[in-house]
Design a protein around this ligand. Structure first.
Ligand code: NAP
Length: 546
C-alpha cells in the first residue's frame, strides 16, 4: 500500500506506524520498509532522531555499555565504517552515530519529527489503528508499533513549592540543548542513581557549591573510561562475529560472559583478588565475576562489603563515607551504576551531602530546598530522579484496543503482556522493549535487534498468510507475567524496594516486576519456540473471517 498524500483532514494510510526514532524505531523502519516493502512512518515528538540520546544531554551523560557493543550488528558495512572514540560512548557521539544510521540507510524521508502521538485507537470494522497527533495530522495503519524506549518518561517528584522556586530547575532527561552554565552557582542535585552518579562529578567541577540530596545510597563501580586506541578498534572490528555470538548467547547481551564460578568456590583471599582485579578493570564486568551474586544473599554480601570498603577508603570525611556506604539493598539489585570519580567528588570542599532518609525534603521554597532540618539556598536544582520506566511513555498516549479498552485500564494491576511484545486486547500492536522483555536488563542494542527482527518476521508471516491480525491471548499473557515474576523471585532483584524495575519509584504505580530477568538467551529461545509452535499463545484472525 502506498501512503496517500496528506492534509490536515484526511489520514495518511500506511501499513505501519512506528512511534519513536531511537535505536528501536530506526531499525524497525528499515526492516519493515526495505525487507518487507511496507509503507511505514516513524513519528517522534523530538526535533531529531536519537530517542533517549536526543533527550538525555545532562553533563556526563555516557553509556555504561562498552562502545564496541553499543551498536547495531545487523550491517557489517556499518560496523566497519563507524569508529567509536572512547571505551564508553558519550551522549553526543551516540547521537552522531544514530544520525549517521538515519542518513546511511536513507531513513529520514519516512521519519516525521516534531510530532507527538496523542492517541491510537483500534477499530474492529476495518481492523486498523487510527492515530492522532499534536500537529493535527492523522494516520491509519494496520500495524501499530511502539518504540518509545524504557526510560523516556521523566519522573519529576511532586514536591510542593516547586513552582515558587526563584532559580532554575531541570530534569536530567529533558536537558536543555544549549546546556546549563553552573559557573559560580549554588547547585542542588536530587537523586543518586546512574544519572546522578554521572552528573555529580561534572557539575561539582563547575559549580561554586554543590549539595547532593541522597535518599538511597548506591553502589558504583569505576568505569575507567579511556580513549580507544587503534589496535582495540581493529580488534573489535575483526572480531565482530565473535562479539555478536557472545552477546546473543548470554544472560545480559554484553560482550562478556558471566563467570560459571560461585563465590564460595574460592578462598577469601582469592575472592578478594578477583574483586580487586575487576575493580581495576572497571565497568559492568564487576557484576560478572561470580555466577551467584544475584542469587545468593551471602555471596552478594561479599561483593557489597568489598564496594562499601572501597567507598570508605575513598571518601576522607567519615560522616560522608558512612552515608555513602550505608546501602540498603544487595549489590546489582538495582542497575549498578558505573562512574568517573563519583565518590572522590565528595572529598572536594565545595560538595556537601544531605541524608534525606534522616531529614526528608519538606518543600521547595523560593530560595531552595527545605528539609526537615534546614533550608538549602540554591540557584539551580537538578532532578536526577529517574523515569516512569517501561510503561510511562506508553500510558501517556491514549491507546485503545478492542471494544475501546484503554491501555490504562488493561494495565491497572500492572502491565499484562506476552513476551514483552504484545498486549491482549490490542491486536497488531507490538511493543519493542515493552514491559516483560529482557531489554533493560541487557545491553540494549542486541536486545532491540532481537525484538525488532522478531516483530518483522511475525509481520512477514501475517502478510504472507493473509492474516488480518495477531493478538496475544489473555492466558499466555498471564502465564508470561507470572514467569517474569517467578524469575525475578529466584534472584535478589525484588529486594531493592525503590527500584524502577518494580515500578516502586513512582507513587501509585502497581508493584510488578517489569523486565524479564531470566536472561537474554532463555528469552530468545522461548521466542523461537513460540514461532516454531505456530505462534503459540497468540490468536490470529484470517482475512476470510472478516
Ligand atoms: P533512578 O535509578 O531511578 O534513580 C533516581 C534517583 O532519584 C534515586 O537515587 C532516587 O532515590 C532519587 N529520587 C527519586 N525521587 C526522589 C524524591 N522524590 N526525593 C529524593 N530522591 C528521589 O534513575 P536514573 O539515575 O535516571 O537511572 C535510571 C536508569 O537509566 C538506570 O538504572 C539505567 O538503566 C539508565 N541509565 C543508564 C546510564 C548509563 O548507561 N550509564 C546512565 C543513566 C541512566 P531512591 O533510590 O530512594 O528512590
Amino acid at each position: 500500500m502506498n501512503p496517500r498524500s496528506s492534509n490536515q483532514t484526511s489520514p495518511v494510510l500506511l501499513d505501519a506506524i512506528v512511534v519513536g526514532a531511537g535505536f528501536s524505531g530506526l531499525y524497525q523502519l528499515l526492516l519493515l520498509r526495505d525487507k518487507l516493502g511496507l509503507s511505514v512512518k516513524v513519528l517522534d515528538a523530538a526535533q531529531g532522531v536519537g530517542g533517549t540520546w536526543y533527550w538525555n544531554r545532562y553533563p556526563g551523560a555516557r553509556c555504561d555499555s562498552e562502545s564496541h557493543s553499543y551498536a547495531y550488528y545487523f550491517s557489517k558495512e556499518l560496523l566497519d565504517e563507524w569508529e567509536w572514540s572512547e571505551r564508553y560512548p558519550q551522549q553526543p557521539e551516540i547521537l552522531r552515530y544514530l544520525n549517521h544510521v538515519a542518513d546511511r540507510f536513507q531513513l529520514r524521508p519516512d521519519i516525521v519529527l516534531g510530532t507527538r502521538v496523542h492517541s491510537a485507537h483500534y477499530t474492529e470494522t476495518d481492523k486498523r489503528w487510527h492515530i492522532t497527533t499534536d500537529t493535527g495530522q492523522t494516520y491509519s495503519a494496520k500495524y501499530f508499533i511502539t518504540a518509545v524506549g524504557c526510560l523516556s518518561s521523566a519522573n519529576i517528584p511532586d514536591i510542593s513549592g516547586l513552582d515558587s522556586f526563584a532559580g532554575d530547575w531541570f530534569h536530567t532527561g529533558e536537558w536543555p540543548h544549549e546546556g546549563v552554565d553552573f559557573t559560580g552557582k549554588h547547585v542542588g542535585v536530587v537523586g543518586t542513581g546512574s544519572t546522578g552518579i554521572q552528573a555529580i562529578p561534572v557539575i561539582a567541577e563547575q559549580a561554586k557549591h554543590l549539595t547532593v540530596f541522597q535518599r538511597t545510597a548506591n553502589y558504583s563501580i569505576p568505569a575507567r573510561n579511556v580513549p580507544l586506541d587503534d589496535s582495540f578498534k581493529r580488534y573489535a572490528k575483526e572480531n565482530a562475529d565473535h562479539f555478536r555470538e557472545v552477546m546473543t548467547t548470554n544472560t545480559n547481551a554484553h560482550p562478556f560472559r558471566i563467570s560459571e564460578r560461585l563465590v564460595h568456590d574460592v578462598s577469601e583471599d582469592e575472592r578478594h583478588q578477583i574483586y580487586e582485579e575487576a575493580w581495576l578493570k572497571g565497568g559492568l564486568q564487576f557484576r560478572a565475576t561470580f555466577k551467584d551474586l544475584l542469587q545468593n544473599p551471602d555471596s552478594n554480601r561479599t561483593a557489597a562489603d568489598f564496594i562499601r570498603h572501597k567507598i570508605r577508603q575513598t571518601v576522607t570525611d567519615p560522616v560522608k563515607a558512612e552515608l555513602l556506604s550505608d546501602i540498603d539493598h544487595p549489590f546489582a539489585a538495582k542497575r549498578p551504576p558505573i562512574d568517573s570519580g563519583y565518590f572522590e567528588t565528595f572529598n572536594a570542599d565545595n560538595v556537601d551531602l544531605v541524608n534525606l532518609r534522616e531529614t526528608p525534603i519538606e518543600c521547595i521554597t523560593p530560595r531552595g530546598i527545605q528539609t526537615s532540618k534546614a533550608e538549602y539556598s540554591l540557584d539551580i536544582i537538578v532532578f536526577a530522579t529517574g523515569f516512569d520506566a517501561m510503561t510511562g511513555s506508553l500510558l501517556k498516549m491514549d491507546i485503545q484496543g478492542r471494544d475501546g479498552m484503554t491501555l490504562q485500564k488493561a494495565w491497572q494491576a500492572g502491565p499484562l503482556n506476552y513476551l514483552g511484545l504484545q498486549v491482549p486486547g490490542f491486536p497488531n500492536m507490538f511493543t519493542i522493549t515493552g514491559p516483560g522483555s529482557p531489554s533493560v536488563l541487557c545491553n540494549m542494542p542486541p536486545a532491540i535487534e532481537h525484538h525488532v527482527e522478531w516483530i518483522t518476521n511475525c509481520i512477514e508471516h501475517l502478510q504472507k498468510n493473509k492474516i488480518d491480525s495477531i493478538e496475544a491471548s489473555q492466558e499466555a499473557s498471564e502465564r508470561w507475567v507470572a514467569t517474569v515474576n517467578a524469575a525475578a523471585n529466584e534472584t535478589l532483584l525484588p529486594q531493592a524496594k525503590h527500584s524502577w524495575y518494580l515500578g516502586a519509584n513512582v507513587p501509585g504505580k502497581p508493584r510488578v516486576f517489569m523486565p524479564y530477568p531470566g536472561g537474554f538467551l532463555r528469552y530468545r529461545t522461548r521466542c523461537e519456540e513460540v514461532v516454531k509452535q505456530g505462534y503459540a499463545g497468540f490468536r490470529v484472525e484470517r482475512e476470510s473471517a472478516s
